[in-house]
Ligand binder design. Structure first.
Ligand code: NAD
Length: 385
């Protein structure tokens, strides 16, 4: 089977997330990087695409030009990644789905719940894959946690505690820094800042691992830096549809915290703890026994964990390899369609448009609850009520 053709929109030179996508998509040799519209400045985007090895006629100046150019080709791209700023995701994703492309969209998938529902409907109507890059769920040990919960190692899940708290916007002097200011401005960022940027990763990971969806929530949102209109810190209490209780803290003013994504799961038979900054170890304590360290890559893990671990135990794997696992799932899903067969069941865990929609409903619920002194609010999108 020849490589699948992959294209990218956004992720230009100096972008934060572009390199992780290129490393992830390229890792297993399943995708060839064949087309791109990488920058909001057409000339810079074309030139950077050429330097990365794209052919001149497939290093495009903007995403519309790329859509037109790729649509007519026999060897057109099999998957396009949308890694542009948030407000552009909906329009670009919609256009590519309509033209019959499979899409991996960066989070947040849309800016409103109605747009999210439109994307879910469109993906269903067109039969195209619309994945959303909750890339941290690609980590081998996150998948192993999910497998442990699903096979009943923890028993019924009582409590999930998720955090995504960093300190990178803690300097009050940044209030005037244009790279930071827009994030807390409703005109540019929407109804939420920190929860929409980071909290949704933590919530999605909690749902992914425990196999339950948020039904309702109560949020305390604050702007610790007073000049900010949107929140830079939120504490969210959750109730999940399978009976679990959730506690989620997200912050951008937590000085001393670096990335700050962590997950703890407490069931009736044991507890798990995992952190994005030490992703190769998972801490597991079965009720009444000693605390154990599960190492990524050790023997006897779940098929989902084995499939997503590449480097020998003891050597660190990190975030671009987690992204690579999302790409490997997508390659398997696309190839299985081409070959008219079912995909490997261990490879069906990539996040989908439905997850992007659920996140957007949670974002609006957090904003609403935060304004109403933490009133309990329905966290589900209307489509799933
Ligand atoms: N999944 C994750 O873990 C994760 C992490 C970081 C960022 N993100 C998401 O990725 C997206 C990009 O974030 P970033 O931090 O890389 O942003 P960035 O500002 O660092 O880079 C954005 C890139 O997109 C390009 N661009 C802007 N508009 C464009 C357009 N219309 N057409 C083509 N290119 C365009 C810019 O030139 C730039 O190269 C955001 O939606 C963000 O939320 C996700």
């Amino acid at each position: 089977m020849s490589k699948l053709n992959w294209g990218m929109i956004g992720g230009g030179e100096g972008s934060q997330i572009g390199p992780a996508h290129r490393l992830g998509a390229g890792l297993d040799g399943l995708f060839a990087f064949t087309a791109g519209a990488l920058d909001h400045r057409p000339d810079e985007g074309r030139a950077y695409g050429r330097r990365l090895g794209l052919a001149a006629d497939r290093s495009y100046g903007d995403w519309r030009e790329m859509l037109e150019g790729e649509t007519g080709r026999e060897d057109r791209i099999d998957l396009v990644t949308v890694a542009t700023p948030n407000a552009t995701h909906f329009e670009i994703t919609k256009a590519y789905l309509k033209a019959g492309f499979h899409v991996l969209c960066e989070k947040p998938m849309t800016m409103t719940v109605a747009e999210g529902e439109e994307i879910v409907d469109l993906a269903r109507e067109t039969g195209r894959i619309c994945a959303v890059n909750y890339g941290y769920t690609g980590y081998s040990l996150v998948r192993h946690m999910r497998a442990m919960v699903a096979r009943g190692d923890l028993g019924a899940i009582r409590l999930v505690k998720a955090e995504f708290a960093h300190g990178h916007h803690a300097d009050a002097a940044d209030a005037d820094n244009p790279r930071v200011r827009w994030r807390y401005d409703p005109a540019q960022a929407g109804v939420s800042a920190q929860f929409a940027d980071c909290g949704i990763h933590a919530l999605h990971m909690a749902s992914f691992v425990i196999g339950q969806q948020a039904e309702s929530l109560s949020a305390d949102t604050v702007s610790c830096i007073a000049s900010r209109e949107l929140e830079d810190d939120a504490m969210v209490n959750l109730r999940f549809d399978g009976g679990a209780v959730g506690r989620l803290w997200t912050s951008s003013i937590a000085i001393g915290r670096q990335h700050g994504l962590t997950l703890q799961i407490f069931g009736e038979k044991g507890g798990l703890r995992w952190s994005q900054e030490q992703p190769n170890q998972l801490y597991w304590m079965p009720l009444g026994q000693n605390l154990q360290t599960i190492e990524r890559g050790q023997a006897g893990l779940s098929p989902e964990a084995d499939r997503t671990s590449r480097v020998t135990v003891g050597h660190a794997e990190g975030m671009p390899l987690a992204f690579a696992n999302i790409y490997a799932d997508l390659a398997e899903a696309i190839t299985a369609r081409k070959e008219n067969r079912d995909p490997d069941p261990a490879a069906t865990l990539y996040p989908r448009a439905e997850d992007g929609l659920r996140s957007m409903a949670a974002v609006f619920a957090v904003a609403e609850s935060g304004k109403a002194d933490g009133a309990w609010t329905d966290a589900r999108p209307p489509m799933f009520r």
